[in-house]
Design a protein around this ligand. Sequence first.
Ligand SMILES: *Cc1c(COP(=O)(O)O)cnc(C)c1O
Length: 517
Amino acid sequence: MSTLNPAGWRPEMTSGEAGAGGVPATFTGNRALMLEEPLIFEIGTRETTGVDFDEVAEDFDLGPLTRSAPIGLAGLSESETVRHYTRLSRQNYAIDLGLFPLGSCTMKHNPRLNEKVARMAGFGDVHPLQPQETVQGALAVIHELADWLVKLTGMASVAMSPKAGAHGELCGILCIKAALEARGEDRRVLLVPESAHGTNPATAAFAGFTVEGIPATSEGRVDSDALIARLGPDVAGVMITNPNTCGLFERDMKKISDAVHAAGGYVYCDGANFNAIVGRVRPGDLGVDAMHINLHKTFSTPHGGGGPGSGPVVLSAALAPYAPLPVVKPVDGKLRLVEEENAADHQPDSFGRMTAFHGQMGMFTRALTYILSHGSDGLRQVAEDAVLNANYVLRSLDDVLEAPFGASGPCMHEALFSDRGLADGFSTNDIAKGLIDEGYHPMTVYFPLVVHGAMLVEPTETESLDVLDQFIGALRSLAIRAKQGDEALKTAPHFAPRARLDETLAARKPVLSWQGE
Ligand SMILES: *Cc1c(COP(=O)(O)O)cnc(C)c1O
C-alpha cells in the first residue's frame, strides 16, 4: 500500500471533479471539517498493527485449527484506528448534536449522571458468573428497578431479562402462550391494529400465532367495535399500542381489556410510548396483562450504537407465574437469582429462559439512576412536558402541514403529519431529505402506515423552547418549499457527505468502496 496522509488519502483517490454546487474539488476530497473517509480495508495494511503480540513459538500448533493464511483483517496503528472511527462518527447524527425528531423512538437526552453511576467499579467491573454473595448490590439494583417498574405500571411483577422492546414483546407473548397451554386451550389468533409497529405482527407470527388486523377509526384510534366483534374462542388476545402510533391515547382501552378478558383472551400492550404517560397512567388499571418498557426510550438509556437496549416486561397476576428465568427474589434475607436449579421452589411455571445471564445490567444501573434522580413527581413531569412539547409542534405547524388527526384532540408525545397538500410530485421524502440540509436527523417517515406519507415527530421533554422553535422554523420552511414546488428540494440533501441516493439500489447493491467497487 502507498503512504497515507492523516486523512487516509492515496493519490488514486483524488477525483479532481467539481464538488456539489460547482464548488471546486479539494486536493484531499475533504471539505473543511467534513472529512472523506475510505473503508478501513482501503487504508489498513498487513504490515501495521496497533497491538503488540508475543512471538508465536516455532512449534505452536493447534492442529486443524491453526491458520495457514492471513484472514485479511485491516491493520492500523492505534492513532489511525481512533481517527478512522472518530471521522465516521462525525458523519453521523446523535442526540448529543441536536434535536432528534424520530417519532416512536423517544430520542431524549441521556443524562451524564447515568454514565457516571454505571461506570462505578462496583457496577462496571462485576462479572455475571461471580458468586451471588459478592454482587448483592448489583442484585439490589435489579430488584429496586423492578419494584419501580411494577409500581409505575400498577402490575403484579416484571421480567427483567429481555434485551429490547421487540424481545420484550416475544417474552410477553410467550407468557400468554404458556398461560393458554396451562389452561389446556389452543387459541391461535392475535388481533393487532393496523397502526401497530411492525415488530408486533412479527412477534405474534414468530411465536406461532396467526395475525389478524383491526382497522383504525377516522379519529386515528383502534376501532373497538370491530375488535370486540371479532373476539371468540380462537382469539388468544390483542396487541395494542397505547398511546398509539398515531400519537393518540386509546380511550377505549379499559372497555377493550374487559371484553378481551370476558372472551378468555389476554391483553398485550406495546409500551414503547410509555414516555407520554409515565407517572400519569398505570397500564395495570387499564386491564393490561403484559407490556414491555423500552428502558432506552422512556428511561433515558442510550439507543443502539450508544449501548444495548433493554425491554423489561411487566406482567399481571394472571401471567406472572410464567415469567422467564432468571428472577431476582429475596430468599432467607438475601437477594437470590431464581434459575433452573431452584426454579421448582420459586418460579415452577416459568416458560424458560430468554437470555444467557440476567439482562442488560449496565442499562438497569442507568435507568434506576434516572428514576431516582427524577423521583415520582419528576417522572410525572417528564410525561407532561413530553406531551406539551409535541402539542406545541403540532399546533405550530398544522397550518402548513396536514395533521390528519388534529381534530381528534390534543396529541400525546408525538405529532403526526401527512403529505397531503404538497405540490404535485413532492412527498414526505423531500421534506425528510431537506431536514438533513437543515442539520437535523429526519423525523420518522411513512409510519404509521394508516396515514399517507406519514411524518411522525417526537420532540421529547428534553428540548428547550428555543430549540423547538428553531426546529419548527426549519420544518415550516421545508413545508412551504414543498408546497410551492421548489425543485431544489427534490435533490436534497445538498450539504451532506453524500447526495440523495437511490435508496432501493443503495439497499440492494450497496457501493461501499472508494473506487466504486
Ligand atoms: C421502538 C418500538 C418498538 C420496538 O422496540 P425495540 O427496542 O426497538 O426493539 C416496538 N413498538 C413501538 C411502537 C416502538 O416505538
